[in-house]
Unconditional design. Sequence first.
Length: 74
Amino acid sequence: MLQKLLQKLNEWLDVLSEYFAHRKGLLPLIGLALIVINGFLQLFPILGWLVTANCFLHVGLIVVIIGFLLAWAL
């Protein structure tokens, strides 16, 4: 059972790496879009914890860093 799950995960990672190999700038662009969305949401403090925690900023930074690392590796 575990081996079958690991095999599926391996196949999924192969497909994902093939996809991002041809679109190296996609993840950094998505991350930058999330950072811009976070800046826009700062204008609406009524949204509560989403604005005060800067969720989109943190997720965007992580996506940008992973995107640059993948683009460099692929």
